[in-house]
Design a protein around this ligand. Structure first.
Ligand code: KIV
Length: 273
């Protein structure tokens, strides 16, 4: 049941997200990177729009999320901010802009907030980035954590397989989630970890836990928009539910257009001046 339906909420805030967790209403989150798509997903009633660094993959065609720059993330985020009227907007701080130095982390977060107009930032990692997380929070910028499979560390992991299956890694993940909550993060994303561990994390922290490949017993779900729309077809992990096959629909439209142009069927007289 929704106590925070799209018509009753003018703007989703961290406070409303916390109320959703407290009342048991699941939180919906999707990525968006540009004005047109962000406008559609916001009108559909999504709770959180994530300007993910997955833009590096689906928008720029890179193999990993590592190459995308802070300027590029700000460009994507400001396009999304111009479109979104209701959802809460979170922006990934890209690789290399918060890990090693908390002053740089703060500078990056402030640039994102000031130049894009977004509402919060997301960072990947636990105890290793505690100082950066605290510094950003001390400036009044809401922070979403991200644990489990953290794609910015892909070269450390070596593969995109399920994380935290072993006890030691699961224990660290739980401690990291509790640490992020104590620091003041408003929510945490858990990516590609066993469902039982995700449930344990969601039950042991008060803040919302949003899963991607983390099973049903968390406080909300997130997917990459291009994957769930079937625009990307190469990436089909078990956790991905494809809600449309836009690649086929778009290919049909493009082929029909090409045919019409070649056969002089477009434009007609009524489509001309
Ligand atoms: O960048 C992204 O799209 C993400 C989601 C997978 C959570 O971080």
């Amino acid at each position: 049941m929704s106590v925070h339906s799209s018509s009753s909420v003018k703007r989703v805030t961290t406070h409303i997200l916390q109320e959703m967790k407290d009342s048991g209403e699941k939180i919906s989150m999707l990525t968006a990177y540009d004005f047109s798509m962000a406008k559609i997903v916001d009108s559909a009633g999504i709770d959180i729009v994530l300007v993910g660094d997955s833009a590096s993959n689906v928008m720029a065609g890179h193999e990993t999320t590592l190459p995308i720059t802070l300027d590029q993330m700000i460009y994507h985020a400001s396009s999304v901010v111009r479109a979104v009227k209701r959802a809460f907007i979170v922006v990934d701080i890209p690789f290399g802009h918060y890990q090693g130095n908390s002053s740089e982390a703060l500078r990056s977060a402030i640039r994102i907030m000031k130049e894009s107009g977004a509402h919060a930032v997301k960072v990947e990692g636990g105890s290793e980035i505690k100082e950066s997380v605290s510094r950003i929070l001390s400036a009044g910028v809401p922070v979403m954590g991200h644990l489990g499979l953290t794609p910015q560390s892909i070269y450390k992991f070596g593969t995109y397989t399920v994380r935290a299956k072993e006890e030691a890694e699961a224990k660290k993940l739980l401690e990291d989630a509790q640490m992020l909550e104590q620091c003041g993060c408003f929510a945490i994303v858990l990516e590609k970890i066993p469902a039982a561990l995700a449930q344990k994390v969601a039950e042991s922290v008060k803040i919302p836990v949003i899963g991607i490949g983390a099973g049903p017993d968390v406080d909300g779900q997130v997917l990459v928009m291009h994957d769930m729309l079937g625009i990307t077809q190469e990436f089909k992990p078990r956790f991905l539910r494809q809600y449309a096959d836009l690649q086929s629909i778009m290919t049909d439209a493009f082929q029909n257009y090409i045919k019409d142009v070649k056969e002089r069927k477009f434009p007609t007289k009524s489509e001309s001046y």
